[in-house]
Design a protein around this ligand. Structure first.
Ligand code: TMP
Length: 208
């Protein structure tokens, strides 16, 4: 029987450099012989990617935070069923760009008192925590500048502005204390290569 796989999520405010670091970590893990799947939220499965378009495009006030929680959770459930759980059962390492912690922050903190709804739904229909979460911490001004310079159609959350990013950064740091057993904070304001080394060292401790 195959060993069970391992689930790593990356979190951070917009423009924190997650995608670049995920590619570097995946490359390293493959080079030492692991089977790795890189995926993202919202999205990752066909249904999840359809919901992604609804969530990330359009006007800022297109959805309330409550409606967003339901949509993000629906996308996550589909992603879990179709991609994440089968890969973990198959002994693979899954690296996911964002997971439930993003909903805890972007929806659970944007409006007061919504964190409970996120946690309740998570417990009822997701019920999976990453084995390890890498939180890339970065100054929101720098992050937002980077994110906006990409000029994609997926800018709905960036359009909430720097105040939301400031709130998210603070919230993520608090979350890292709350889930100190799995969330590791790394400094996103160093060179790409130095940050990649820091992340590799953390992952090596867990996997090698
Ligand atoms: P990204 O793919 O560039 O990280 O963008 C995804 C956006 O979606 C980002 O602004 C954060 C937002 N988001 C939420 O608001 N809640 C969630 O649960 C997830 C997964 C993402």
């Amino acid at each position: 029987m195959k060993n069970k796989g391992y689930f790593i999520s990356f979190e951070g405010i917009d423009g924190s450099g997650k995608s670049t670091q995920i590619q570097k970590l995946a490359g390293f893990l493959k080079s030492v012989g692991f089977e790795v799947i890189v995926t993202r939220e919202p999205g990752g499965s066909v249904g999840g990617e359809e919901i992604r378009k609804l969530l990330l495009q359009g006007e800022v006030d297109r959805w309330s935070a409550e409606a967003e929680i339901l949509l993000f959770t629906a996308a996550r459930r589909d992603h879990l069923e179709k991609i994440i759980l089968p890969a973990i059962d198959d002994g693979k390492i899954v690296i996911c760009d964002r997971f439930t912690d993003s909903t805890r922050m972007y929806q659970g903190m944007r409006v007061p008192n919504l964190r409970n709804l996120v946690d309740t739904l998570n417990e009822k229909v997701i019920n999976l925590d990453p084995d390890l979460t890498i939180l890339i911490d970065i100054d929101p001004e720098i992050g937002l500048k980077r994110a906006k310079s990409r000029k994609t159609v997926e800018e709905r959350f960036e359009d909430f502005g720097v105040d939301l990013q400031l709130k998210m950064r603070k919230g993520f740091i608090e979350l890292a204390k709350e889930f100190g057993n799995r969330i590791e904070v790394v400094n996103g304001q160093q060179s790409v290569d130095k940050l990649a080394q820091d992340i590799c060292s953390l992952v090596k401790v867990k996997l090698l």
